[in-house]
Ligand binder design. Structure first.
Ligand code: GDP
Ligand code: CA
Length: 308
């Protein structure tokens, strides 16, 4: 029997984890993706984490893990020539994905429905579902006041200390069709090595999701930290700024009793002694999965773990 896994995912770290599981034969995979970073930019509806997951599963992701490989930027160059602010750069073929999404949404389709079409076009086997079809937007409170996720991340290069996070719209949001069924019906829920407050909390904040995860028998979280630090991005700083303990203790605290297993890197092997407890198993392995070869090894390892 295949192992059915439901992965909670942000962008790059989540997409790499999705690929790791997708590379294993006999894993039936559903990826539930954060939409808190979605925005309107250059007149199009961008859904950065969804696209990162789609592109990575299709094996066509860009060198940094997001965007498309070997994309051109003729449109952005022309926009810049016209005087537009192109700090948020979208490649030409990537723009086609976003134009398609935008026009289908304007025609009245839901985000999950449009995503299903993209899954088909990119010939992806896994199911990829936005956590919700309703608008949820991560708002970052800084010393200068509240700013949008893209303002914080792209324009201000995540330099502002984060004072608070608000997931605007999450109170009224409903899980997209299939999300609760995937979480409730799988053998294992896996929380990707994504940024806990910026990528996973906006998923858990959609009403019904945390309860569904709490009800799952097995919840394995993979730490995004290696040697106590994020490979890229502000995860470690944001967690500490929000009052969580440093390192993997903070990752655990971020998931507040939800996880049965935490997977940490060899560099943090000492955490197995300090963090393990009667209700928590801490496992140590190599968690660098940027390369498909590493991802394949990690994918089989975690599938074995989940099957035990
Ligand atoms: P974003 O939405 O693109 O910012 O991506 P995520 O929130 O999904 O993931 C960001 C996190 O991924 C960062 O904190 C990184 O440390 C983590 N990450 C990226 N690549 C890897 C990897 O190969 N292994 C592990 N363990 N974490 C990774
Ligand atoms: Ca993201």
């Amino acid at each position: 029997m295949p192992l059915s896994a439901c992965l909670l995912s942000g962008g790059v770290g989540g997409a790499r984890m999705a690929r790791a599981l997708d590379l294993v034969d006999d894993v039936d995979l559903t990826v539930v993706v954060n939409v808190g970073d979605d925005a309107l930019t250059h007149g199009v509806y961008v859904s950065p984490d969804l696209d990162t997951v789609l592109y990575t599963l299709a094996g066509v992701e860009g060198p940094q893990g997001w965007g498309l490989a070997e994309d051109d930027h003729k449109v952005m160059d022309s926009m810049a020539w016209l005087g537009a602010d192109t700090t948020f750069r979208i490649g030409d073929r990537d723009l086609a994905t976003n134009l398609f999404r935008t026009s289908e949404l304007s025609a009245g389709r839901t985000l999950s429905d449009v995503t299903a079409s993209l899954v088909e076009s990119f010939e992806i086997e896994a199911r990829v579902i936005p956590v919700t079809d309703d608008p949820v937007r991560t708002v970052i409170h800084t010393a200068d006041g509240p700013i949008s996720f893209q303002e914080y991340f792209v324009h201000r290069r995540h330099q502002d200390p984060v004072e608070d996070l608000v997931y605007q719209g999450s109170g009224e949001a409903r899980p997209a069709p299939g999300v609760l069924e995937a979480i409730g019906g799988c053998d294992v829920v896996i929380i990707a090595p994504s940024n806990p407050p910026l990528s996973i909390w906006p998923i858990l904040n959609v009403p019904g999701i945390t309860d569904a995860v709490a009800a799952a028998e097995r919840v394995i979280a993979v730490s995004p930290l290696i040697g106590g630090k994020a490979l890229k991005g502000p995860a470690a700083e944001v967690m500490v700024a929000l009052g969580l303990p440093p390192g993997n203790e903070g990752v655990l605290a971020a998931y507040d009793g939800l996880v049965t297993d935490l997977v940490v890197d060899h560099e943090d092997a000492a955490d197995r002694q300090t963090l393990s407890g009667p209700d928590l198993h801490v496992h140590v392995t190599g968690t660098r999965i940027a390369e498909p070869e590493q991802a394949a090894v990690f994918g089989s390892w975690i599938t074995d773990l989940a099957s035990r």
